[in-house]
Design a binder for this molecule. Structure first.
Ligand SMILES: O=C(O)c1cc(=O)[nH]c(=O)n1[C@@H]1O[C@H](COP(=O)(O)O)[C@@H](O)[C@H]1O
Length: 210
């Protein structure tokens, strides 16, 4: 299987409509001029596998016992990483079940085990922190997160300040540079998007977590 290079990957993501140069409301409520929609990747199994292999290559030197994808979009990436490398997975529910076992974290684990958290896109890092807190509440330990796209706003810094080190495959700056190289955006548009990303960054904070 051919592993895509960074530029091939950006071209492919643009081709399937996963990189959108249009105003879209973020989780934060801000209207962003660019949006990365990796939910579309499940419709392209070769691309999903290629992206998961790249995510794995960024973290394979680290020590962890389990993998946990942030629900929902990162779960397919976490499954491929788990199956390809024979590392067990756990799954976080958005709220504990009110029936049956009433568990928040599903799967087989023991307190003290180290979990690699997997996420598709980070903006503030708040989605990762919600999963990290749930994992910690059952005694699991989290040191690292594997991300596909870091929007280059404050997520990296917010997560590091909360004890989670981030390794990402792509940064928003790589995406913007490639979109300009292949003529999809012009330099004025790139500058406009970069200005927006810089200006909104100062508003992006997350609560410190214990
Ligand atoms: O809403 C976002 O910030 C966001 C931006 C983007 O380009 N793509 C995208 O998928 N998102 C969503 O926002 C989440 C990450 O935002 P944070 O929790 O602020 O880091 C991701 O899990 C996505 O659900």
């Amino acid at each position: 299987m051919k592993i895509l290079t960074q530029t091939e990957l950006i071209d492919e993501l643009y081709k399937i409509g996963a990189i959108k140069i249009e105003d879209i409301i973020l989780k934060s409520g801000d209207l962003s001029p660019i949006y990365i929609d990796l939910r579309l990747v499940v419709g392209h199994p070769d691309l999903l596998r290629s992206m998961s292999k790249l995510m794995w290559s960024m973290v394979q030197d680290l020590e962890f016992d389990l993998i946990c994808g942030v629900p929902l979009t990162a779960i397919p990436f976490a499954v491929v990483m788990s199956v390809d490398n024979n590392i067990p997975m756990v799954m976080r529910r958005s709220s504990p079940k009110t029936y049956g076992t009433k568990k928040l974290i599903e799967g087989k684990f023991q307190a003290g085990q180290k979990v690699l958290v997997v996420e598709d896109v980070i903006t503030s890092g708040s989605s990762i922190m919600e999963t990290v807190q749930s994992l910690k509440s059952v005694g699991l330990e989290i040191e690292h997160a594997s991300i596909f796209v870091d929007r280059g706003q404050k997520g990296f810094e917010n997560l590091e300040n909360n004890g989670v080190k981030v390794r990402s495959v792509l940064k928003m700056s790589d995406i913007l540079a490639r979109l300009m190289d292949n003529g999809i955006i012009k330099s004025e548009e790139k500058a406009r998007i970069q200005k927006w990303l810089r200006e909104t960054e100062s508003k992006i904070d997350i609560e410190p977590c214990s």
